[in-house]
Design a protein around this ligand. Structure first.
Ligand code: GTP
Ligand code: MG
Length: 461
């Protein structure tokens, strides 16, 4: 979501780095560019002003200009200011993630505009609480305005393998909420998620309905769901909800789209409410915790290694990965291993999303877009390898014209594609040799770019 902002800021900082010694005028000029970049990313004006003022003050106060690596210092100061704007200050400690620290059943109320993603997010939260936190979750839809709304939540509950409150036609939202809490108390649920009806705009009647449900259920969390794609409107919506209903946290959805990211940066300052979660896709597992420091790193192009490793740890088979690493080190990496790896990567979701978390990837991002790299390609490659004999997988050198034809036919691809895969595998083997030579330290220093066969090469792997 922060790609445009990230690439602009990187441009500014690259120029700063090239300068070496910085004059005060250099810093002022850089800050002017940072300001423009933030405004273009749709960050609210008062937030931009505040952020720039803070950075300027600290940059002067710390005598950046005379320090050893002035550009790095400026970047560090901007980073810290971004983290603060995103709600990373000490005052916000303990306000991240969903707070379940209350007597069970803990009610969570979901509110927001029409189509912002309340129902989907309810399902996502239910799935996460059941699997990660081992909670017994009850989902209840209070949406009596849209005919299929209650069935939609019921279907999501099934997917998440949690219970949904039986639908009783004709009940009011308050009656449904009361019934949900009653069932939850009797059947010893840990958490009750109450999904409310959306509204087109800040509609007084519906707002009143939410306020009443809130009064009746006394939710421990009132989560406002906003669509990141609506930019500043999301911030205005949040402000209105905060003033009229009161929310404990914000869930920002559709960060998988090309939103400019300004809303996320403005939210905390304008509404006073912390962003707690991010929705990054339509699937139920596309829910991320909001970590201000990690987001700031992503914006500044430093990558979000922590999230990447966490994601990998959750999806990749540890034993498999260790075996693979051992074989790589011994130079025994085969096409079979490659097929296994493809499967694991496929499990982690979109490649663009994964690579976006890596440091230094900004520069090759375009390359990746050009290569149109997506999981569909991975599946085709897996099919190609699947059509090979075990011997061919171990010694791909024996794959000549007639074998290529057979493999292409067997996998429903073309000889060209088979050739491409074999070439790619060759490149990979070469890369692994380089990786061994580079060693761990070199890898850290050069980042991913060091592994690529020649910077600027069109082939990403
Ligand atoms: N790409 C993407 N789509 C999302 C995300 N969250 C929700 N959606 C999609 O947005 C659409 C609307 O989501 P809902 O969960 O029905 O929204 P809602 O707020 O409950 O809508 P109403 O109940 O009508 O007010 C659905 O098609 C979802 O799949 C997200 O994080 N990313
Ligand atoms: Mg809904």
């Amino acid at each position: 979501m922060f790609e445009a902002l990230s690439s602009k800021l990187n441009g500014v900082f690259d120029r700063l780095r090239r300068r070496g010694a910085l004059s005060e005028a250099d810093v002022t000029e850089a800050l002017r560019e940072v300001r423009v970049a933030l405004l273009e990313a749709d960050v609210a004006l008062p937030v931009v002003r505040d952020l720039i003022a803070k950075v300027r003050e600290r940059a002067v106060g710390q005598e950046v200009i005379r320090s050893v690596s002035p550009a790095q210092q400026v970047i560090k100061i901007v980073n810290d200011a971004l983290v603060e704007a995103l709600g990373g200050g000490a005052a916000d400690d303990g306000k991240r993630g969903i707070d379940l620290n209350a007597p069970a059943p803990v009610p969570i109320l979901m509110v927001g505009l029409q189509g912002s993603g309340k129902t989907t997010t309810s399902g996502k939260i239910a799935l996460r609480l059941r699997t990660k936190d081992r909670k017994k979750v009850l989902l209840a839809s209070l949406d009596v305005h849209r005919p299929a709304a209650q069935l939609q939540l019921q279907a999501l509950a099934q997917q998440a393998e949690v219970t949904s409150l039986p639908i009783v036609p004709g009940q009011t939202p308050i009656q449904i909420a009361a019934r949900a809490m009653d069932v939850a108390r009797r059947e010893l649920y840990d958490v009750v998620i109450l999904d409310t009806a959306g509204r087109l705009a800040i509609d007084e009647a519906l707002m009143e309905e939410v306020a009443q449900v809130k009064l009746a259920t006394n939710p421990h969390e009132t989560l406002l769901v906003v669509d990141a794609m609506t930019g500043q409107d999301a911030v205005n919506t949040a402000k209105a909800f905060q003033d009229k209903v009161g929310v404990t946290g914000i869930v920002m959805t559709r960060i998988d789209g090309d939103a400019r990211g300004g809303a996320a940066l403005s939210m905390r300052a304008v509404t006073g409410a912390p962003i707690k979660l991010l929705g990054a896709g339509e699937k139920l597992d596309a829910l991320e915790d909001f970590h201000p420091d990690r987001i700031a790193s992503r914006i500044l192009g430093m990558g979000d290694i922590v999230s990447l490793v966490e994601k990998a740890a959750a999806t990749i088979d540890q034993e498999e990965a260790e075996k693979l690493a051992a074989r790589m080190q011994k130079g025994q990496f085969t096409l079979e291993d490659y097929a296994n790896q493809l499967k694991q990567i496929g499990k982690m979701g979109s490649l663009q999303g994964i690579l976006g978390m890596l440091p230094g990837v900004g520069k090759i991002k375009q390359q990746l877009n050009d290569a149109n790299l997506d999981t569909a390609i991975l599946k085709r490659q897996a099919a190609i390898i699947g059509s090979m004999t075990p011997k061919e997988r171990r010694t791909p050198d024996i794959i000549k014209a007639s074998r290529k034809k057979r493999i292409a036919a067997g996998s429903g691809t073309s000889v060209q594609e088979v050739n491409k895969l074999l070439k790619q595998f060759d490149d990979m083997s070469a890369m692994m040799k380089r990786m061994n030579k580079l060693g761990q330290k070199g890898l850290m220093r050069g980042g991913l770019a060091a592994l690529l066969p020649g910077a600027g090469n069109k082939r990403p792997f």
